[in-house]
Design a protein around this ligand. Sequence first.
Ligand code: NDP
Ligand code: MG
Length: 382
Amino acid sequence: MKKRISILGATGSIGTQTIDILSSIDAEVVALTTNRNIELLEAQARALKPKVCAACDEAAAKQLKIALADTDIQVQSGMDGLIAAATHPDCDTVVTAVVGMVGLLPTLAAIRAGKDIALANKETLVCAGQLVMDSAAKYGVKILPVDSEHSAIFQCVQGAQGNALDRIILTASGGPFFGKSADELKTVTREQALQHPNWSMGAKITTDSATMMNKGLELIEAMWLYGLPEDQIDIVVHRESIIHSLIEFADGAVLAQLGLPDMRLPIQYALTYPERLPCKVPRLSLAEIGRLTFFAPDDAAFPAMRLARRAAREKGNLGAVMNGANEAAVGLFLQDALPFWQIPELVAFAMDEVPMQENPTLDDILESDRAARAAVNHWKMR
Ligand code: NDP
Ligand code: MG
């Protein structure tokens, strides 16, 4: 059946790879959004002929409107534009590929409008996992994971025949600083942090991979998607990124999903599930790879994983606080305004500083995010 999709964050790493696999699947694009890369968005719009385009940045949206004036594509701006793209009546599936908690409101709006979600934007579940999963259940929509680890788990779960999972094992590449001590991390640079060994991704998630916060965010994402508590989710460093994650059953049997590190396969599976179609990704040759290695994660050097375990245990608004503080700290780091090693320190500071709330409403979540960002910026000004 033809998929009619809206792509939020079409100009990013996941967005462009989504567009790349469209020729392999039966799909029509209803909406595309960017923050401010209107040159690329215009080219995408001319090729794919969506009904709606949106640029979140108001000035960029004005320029986009002029650029697309000779077409009948509607151009919108800001959060309203993102929500219009996410809820367009012609669309049945929304690919959420914006970066950061800015994805939360459009994702919730899409769920309420009955759209299935191909979820790349992990910050949404980290901030508001309970609200998002509750609304998905209420409106009967699917949350289809795009993140490679969660897609791997989802693919393995297809063989579970209703048996409960005993354990999830998330694999982590270890990022560019694998093997470094806390002391050695004091002198690493932005350029080094942005050199990921296996994946080419946006700057925020690449930094998260370097601090290992990415694996922490993924632990919380897995908890909400698969309903397992934090102490049944393990993390193992697997440098080659060939095994994308594993699940274990009561009898100790372990299932894994393998493949070359290429996001196009998990993106495609989220859009064709339960069907499998030929995919552009090169095939795996284990003999060529030769060896797969595994290590225990080092949470003394990379404390972000411990912070995420705390947020996963305590729940409430703590995920939103941790995520907001992390987005603010990573933003400072990417502007060369904060050393690498202080990112987890600032996140820990905000988690202690912002008051805990047990059953946060959406407004509480948004307020916790603001308070966490303010705590980081305030700490920085001291
Ligand atoms: P990118 O930075 O490459 O792209 C982000 C997209 O979101 C761009 O289209 C960008 O527009 C848009 N955007 C950025 N800020 C805003 C904003 N404030 N409002 C609206 N739109 C905005 O990120 P990635 O594609 O790497 O990651 C996207 C999401 O997917 C993240 O949550 C990430 O954690 C997750 N993910 C990514 C993976 C990957 O391989 N890249 C793997 C697994 C998960 P513009 O082009 O103007 O900046
Ligand atoms: Mg991942």
